[in-house]
Design a protein around this ligand. Structure first.
Ligand code: GN1
Ligand code: MG
Length: 376
């Protein structure tokens, strides 16, 4: 145990008046923004588990707005689950604790911002999903999440990160960073940069469809990686969709696209060898089946048919974000290895190439899934 972290977690357990004394903790390293710890306490001989996070205030500048969004969205989901007769609500939605003063956040003297939430007991998450059954369940979980929120008025949410999925702005930011090139790094990503610029025409697609009235703004999750779904460790049934920090108004294709971008790439986001990076159509179809089966009746025709485009747009966007961060000196995403943002940029760019090549096949698969839903 890192003594200073253990001490800090023990202190937070007291501040939030959680049950028991700290016996163990684990640092979950998969996130790129916040620091996340699972903690185990001993409460008179029985174990309790909690999740404690240090919030990255450089990214989440208004934590209170984030908390308000999460509270209203989870309340809405809870009411849907109750309507559906679900009883184990504590395992289906994550709850945030308040300090005795009624605050979600605790600020340290050094300015660190902490929060505490429940941990879904007997649950697991999967950082990658190579089995199609599991991927279909990830699709079901995110599809159900979307379905539950279809009647939630998106304008009631705070915009916690302005322009988060504004792909045009993300590309413009990349161009500005390339012009400034403060660390002389552009040369090493010039071919990726040129390729992203050549494909950047699709960045405006969803904004334009929305302006034409063909797709609505909905409440979206905006970070639909497969490890943001908790599963029952015994049955592997999906339980809760987590990491609701970026819940904001958005387009469904972004959520669909981000999930596929992450889960259907066998090489992963951090692949050093780009030959391992590609869009696995089997994984794509498995996720799409779970997702579409849940929300087919709730989406407009245009929303449904442009889901594959979301995969390309969001991959372009993340590639541009990684490239921008690399050029800017690694100021946004946590870097866990040398040249991490360069590696991430190359992997997302390679993935985008394969996604664009497979777009016709992705559309065909989607049409088959839609047709199957209609027959059942
Ligand atoms: C960040 O920290 P994490 O893994 O939840 C990022 C996402 C990116 C993702 C890439 C607030 O999410 O937008 O898609 O890394 N979150 C934020 O792995 O920028
Ligand atoms: Mg996240």
């Amino acid at each position: 145990m890192d003594a200073s972290i253990a001490e800090k977690l023990a202190e937070l357990i007291k501040i939030y008046r959680l049950k028991g004394e700290l016996v163990n903790y684990d640092n979950l390293k998969s996130g790129n923004i916040n620091d996340t710890y699972t903690v185990v306490t001993d409460y008179g001989g029985s174990e309790r588990q909690y999740l404690i996070q240090r919030i990255n205030l450089n990214v989440f500048k208004k934590p209170l707005d984030v908390a308000a969004n999460i509270a209203s969205v989870t309340q809405h989901i809870e009411s849907k689950l109750k309507e559906a007769g679900v009883s184990d609500l504590r395992r289906r939605v994550v709850k945030f604790y308040k300090t005795p003063d009624g605050d979600y956040y605790h600020y340290d003297s050094d300015g660190s911002c902490w929060r505490v939430s429940s941990f879904v007991f007997n649950s697991v998450t999967h950082d990658s999903a190579d089995n199609t059954e599991l991927l279909c369940s990830v699709g079901t979980a995110f599809g159900e999440f979307q379905k539950f929120l279809c009647d939630f008025d998106a304008s009631k949410l705070f915009i916690t990160i302005p322009d988060f999925h504004n792909t045009e702005k993300r590309v413009a930011d990349m161009i500005s960073a390339a012009k400034a090139d403060p660390f002389g790094r552009l040369n090493s990503v010039k071919s990726e940069y040129d390729y992203l610029i050549s494909e950047s025409g699709c960045a405006k697609m969803f904004r334009e469809l929305n302006e034409k009235g063909e797709i609505p703004v909905r409440v979206t999750h905006n970070d639909t990686k497969c490890n943001n779904v908790m599963f029952d460790s015994a049955t592997n049934r999906h339980l809760a969709v987590i990491d609701l920090d970026t819940v904001m108004p958005g387009f469904v294709a972004h959520d669909f696209g981000d999930a596929v971008r992450f889960a259907a790439n066998p090489g992963g986001e951090d692949a050093d060898d780009v030959s391992e990076v590609f869009l696995d159509l089997g994984r794509y179809a498995a996720f799409a089946k779970g997702y579409v089966t849940q929300i087919r009746g709730f989406l407009t025709e245009k929303e449904l048919l442009t889901l594959p485009d979301g995969v390309a747009v969001i991959t372009l966007e993340l590639a541009a974000r990684f490239l921008t961060d690399y050029l800017s000196g690694d100021v946004y995403f946590k870097c866990k290895k040398e040249n991490h943002n360069l590696i991430r940029t190359r992997a997302q760019t390679a993935l985008l190439k394969d996604i664009i090549a497979k777009m016709p096949l992705m559309r065909t698969e989607l049409n088959k899934i839609i047709a199957n839903c209609a027959n059942n």
